[in-house]
Design a protein around this ligand. Structure first.
Ligand code: SF4
Length: 291
């Protein structure tokens, strides 16, 4: 049996930067507050919490300092932290900061901003806070008509279409085509802000899934990019499973297969990937091959 491990599996540079900086800070201080989970991965969080990281759901609960995670936060949080005299350790990924800057700039110029992405995802909650009331989020195809209707009714002459960094590439193109068809008499600018790390990972997932008989996606249950990798893999390999830890591995999917593919989300640590591979090797008793 051959195991094909994706080269892009595991931490993206935004998450890596945030986690490494938090580790360094925890060497200097006993306690560090983080607004929301630093990454959507319970294995990483549990370890950091043992070293003093305290996850809070409101900025009001922070004392002395607060970590802003890679997904970024709403504009008001920076203002609130300033009022409270809290030191902000801002580890927002540069790609997300760029989106904030872009939407703010276009919103100030009077553009209607359409953001494609999940409504409840922290990144998008942050992004939309940098827009004016002339903005809307499209999470799924059914919501396109409603937002397009709002755009057509608005006084805005121009429209900016932007997208969550971890959104699916094919879906984004499909939605944009539909949105453009529906908008009347307005100038439209489309900015594909899906981050390159996400794009490459999604492409690699599809390539591997096409070649294997079973596919395992490793990542947190709340991780939207992991869920997207699962959807992509499932399209090409029906025998696909998503796991966060080795204990969740369903061994029946790797029985009697010759090739297994492995991919992991942007917030999955190396340890989790290695543990899952070890577990598979214990089942099949063979060494791993890298792609
Ligand atoms: S997925 Fe992309 S945008 Fe998001 S944190 Fe990672 S590198 Fe940054």
């Amino acid at each position: 049996m051959e195991i094909i491990l994706g080269r892009t599996a595991g931490f993206c540079y935004g998450v890596k930067n945030a986690v490494e900086n938090v580790k360094k800070e925890l060497e200097k201080q006993d306690k560090l507050y983080c607004l929301g989970e630093l990454v959507h991965n319970s294995v990483v969080i549990e370890k950091l919490e043992k070293s003093g990281l305290i996850t809070i759901d409101k900025i009001e609960k922070a004392k002395g300092n607060v970590v802003i995670r890679a997904h970024g936060v709403q504009k008001q949080i920076y203002e609130k932290a300033k009022q409270m005299g809290i030191n902000v350790l801002d580890y927002t990924c540069p790609n997300v900061l760029k989106i904030h800057k872009t939407v703010e700039e276009y919103a100030n110029k009077g553009f209607y901003v359409i953001l494609i992405g999940a409504k409840t995802h922290a990144e998008n909650i942050g992004t939309i806070s940098f827009c004016t009331k002339n903005s809307g989020i499209i999470e799924n195809e059914e919501e396109i008509n409603k937002v397009v209707e709002d755009v057509n009714k608005s006084d805005c002459k121009n429209v900016l279409i932007i997208v969550q960094t971890t959104f699916g590439f094919e879906k984004f193109n499909k939605y944009v085509e539909k949105i453009i068809k529906g908008i009347r008499n307005k100038e439209i600018i489309v900015k594909n802000t899906i981050c390159n790390a996400t794009k490459v990972r999604q492409e690699e997932t599809a390539q591997i899934a096409k070649r294997v008989e079973a596919m395992i996606i490793i990542g947190g249950k709340k991780s939207s990019n992991t869920q997207k990798l699962y959807d992509i893999a499932k399209r090409y390999c029906n025998n696909t499973q998503i796991v966060e830890k080795r204990e969740e591995l369903n061994n029946s999917i790797i029985e009697n297969v010759k090739k297994i593919g492995i991919m992991a989300g942007a917030s999955t640590p190396k340890e989790s990937i290695n543990e899952v591979i070890e577990s598979i090797q214990e089942q099949i008793g063979k060494p791993k091959n890298r792609k």
